[in-house]
Design a protein around this ligand. Structure first.
Ligand code: SF4
Ligand code: SF4
Length: 110
């Protein structure tokens, strides 16, 4: 999505535009590979202590102190690093159970 975690929008039901609920709801992690692809992840998120890291989790993107949403979600709910967003963001599907939960938590109707 040009907003939130996923480009595809189900035009009938789930509109990612003006949403971004999934980018400000659940904990979001990036891997070391994600950070190699997008260096801003290294600069603008929290590098986890080595004993907390896994193959998929090396950087915490949300929640972070003083951020109410992922550090890369702009005010217009667009992703600043869309082309190089982490794999977890690429896998997230509009209309999925987590999507529906995120929207509900943030008071966004379907
Ligand atoms: S990087 Fe952040 S703003 Fe971009 S899609 Fe992922 S969670 Fe959303
Ligand atoms: S919560 Fe669902 S509809 Fe909203 S931006 Fe994320 S994937 Fe799109």
């Amino acid at each position: 999505m040009t907003t939130g975690l996923f480009l595809y929008m189900d035009a009938n039901t789930y509109d990612c535009m003006n949403c971004g609920a999934c980018c400000r709801c659940f904990p979001i992690f990036a891997s070391a590979q994600d950070a190699e692809l997008e260096p801003r992840i290294k600069r603008e998120t929290k590098h986890l202590e080595p004993h907390l890291q896994t193959d998929d989790k090396a950087y915490l993107m949300y929640p972070l102190p003083f951020h109410e949403q992922c550090a890369f979600l702009k005010e217009d709910q667009l992703c600043q690093i869309y082309e190089t967003r982490p794999q977890v963001c690429r896998r997230f599907e509009a209309g999925s159970e987590q999507c529906i939960e995120a929207r509900a938590r943030k008071g966004i109707g379907n």
